[in-house]
Design a protein around this ligand. Structure first.
Ligand code: NDP
Length: 398
């Protein structure tokens, strides 16, 4: 029986929701929550990259008005799959942007990679409330995205569990009294592995995260700890802190999702089971709260929570991300793009696990320093970094 919070709303008062990346891990969790609160939400538009069968099924099941597939070659398949259902079909990158420009009050940015930048920015620019899971778009173009958030006046609600935790305990009006923010990290599946063992790591081992069930790319990022690096940069854009105020703490149980330390020695934390439906629910319902089916915490059963310092030697991606955080947004654009190419090559078995960070480091050394102040310049730099990373991988004979 779906949980209902508060009085039922008239259909017109329900919050319209568009889910970019509906077929992914974040997208499915979002739809799970939305379907538990039919009195609060209606589904307007769902998008995917190429998984037409799943997209069509979700669109019909959730009563969406429009389904969009990013790959234009899949348009005919999507149209056929939706024939007679009343759900409209569209395809291609422009259709993805138009989907984000619709009139949904809430847009979940759940596409993986900087492919999500254009539609996320489109939703931000029209002042929608945006649930931001797609951290790569802030790492790639954080200055531009945040300037548009400020201009358009919508709310950017962090979905990433760490940033959602900080969002919940960061007292914006007392930002000057924040000493530091502490991003917790599970340490990933290779937390206790030696570098030699990591050298042999397979994609299967890398995506087998101990605590979280996630898409392949972020799972590999967790294994290299690049995920925490991307999150440091994401945190810098989301919260009014300096790079030196952003710390990482390994916490293998993933119960404390992050913390904010204030000048008086108070440290505020948000805790919860490792289930993305809690931070997603907090974004969907913001500024209210709705019931989520995530298991409630049983701290007595857990017994203890443990902490370790991050190891920048075994996990060089953290060091690279720290360098980019301190050297500015252009380096972060290169870091993100090269990482996307290297992770894809690793998942494709064309690159070893340790070569992911090596490829990113070489790309950072190779791509010349340049200034990016417009979106076109960021997109050009992203493309250049991808080209360089591909060449590094090919030259290494992978
Ligand atoms: P998944 O790989 O599970 O899903 C990705 C989604 O994006 C799918 O719907 C996919 O469509 C779509 N997609 C992929 N490539 C493109 C493209 N080029 N153009 C348009 N759509 C595309 O990823 P996750 O749900 O795990 O992650 C999504 C984002 O959320 C990432 O940025 C990740 O870092 C972030 N995040 C995820 C968490 C998690 O628990 N999963 C936690 C915190 C953040 P298709 O199915 O057709 O390929």
């Amino acid at each position: 029986m779906p949980a209902m919070d508060g009085a039922a709303l008239a259909p017109s008062a329900r919050k319209g929701v568009t889910v970019l990346g509906a077929t992914g891990s974040i997208g499915l969790s979002t739809l799970d929550l939305v379907s538990r609160h039919p009195d609060r939400f209606r589904v307007d538009t769902l998008t995917a990259n190429s998984n037409v069968a799943e997209l069509a099924r979700l669109a019909v099941d959730h009563g969406a008005a429009l389904a969009v597939v990013a790959d234009p070659d899949r348009y005919r398949d999507l149209k056929d799959a939706l024939s007679g259902t009343g759900v409209r079909a569209a395809a291609g990158p422009e259709a993805l942007v138009e989907a984000a420009q619709g009139d949904s009050e809430f847009v979940m940015a759940g596409i993986v990679g900087s492919a999500g930048l254009a539609p996320t920015l489109a939703a931000v620019r029209r002042g929608a409330d945006v649930g931001l899971a797609n951290k790569e778009c802030l790492v790639c173009a954080g200055d531009i995205v945040m300037a548009e958030v400020a201009r358009a006046g919508g709310k950017l609600l962090p979905v990433d569990s760490e940033h959602n935790a900080i969002f919940q305990v960061f007292e914006t009006e007392r930002a000057a009294q924040v000493e530091r923010i502490i991003l917790t990290a599970s340490g990933g599946p290779f937390r206790t592995w030696t570098r030699e063992a990591m050298g042999e790591a397979t994609p299967e081992a890398a995506v087998a995260h101990p605590n979280w069930s996630m898409g392949a790319k972020i799972s590999v990022d967790s294994a290299t700890m690049m995920n925490k690096g991307l999150e440091m940069i994401e945190a810098f854009h989301l919260f009014p802190v300096e790079p030196a105020q952003i710390d990482v703490l390994v916490h293998p149980q993933s119960v404390i999702h992050s913390m904010v330390e204030y000048v008086d020695g108070s440290t505020l934390a948000q805790l919860g089971s490792p289930d993305m439906r809690t931070p997603i629910a907090s974004c969907l319902a913001w500024p209210e709260r709705i019931h989520a089916p995530s298991p409630k915490l049983d701290l007595a059963a857990l017994g203890q929570l443990t902490f370790e310092r991050p190891d920048f030697e075994r996990f060089p991606a953290l060091r690279l991300a720290r360098y980019c955080l301190e050297s500015g947004s252009e380096a972060a654009t290169v870091l993100n793009a090269a990482n996307e190419i290297a992770v894809a090559a690793f998942l494709d078995r064309r690159l070893g696990f340790l070569q992911i960070a090596e490829t990113v480091e070489r790309a950072l050394e190779t791509v010349g320093r340049q200034t990016t102040s417009t979106l076109d310049e960021v997109v050009a730099l992203d493309a250049e970094a991808r080209r360089v990373a591909r060449a590094i991988i090919e030259k290494a004979g992978h």
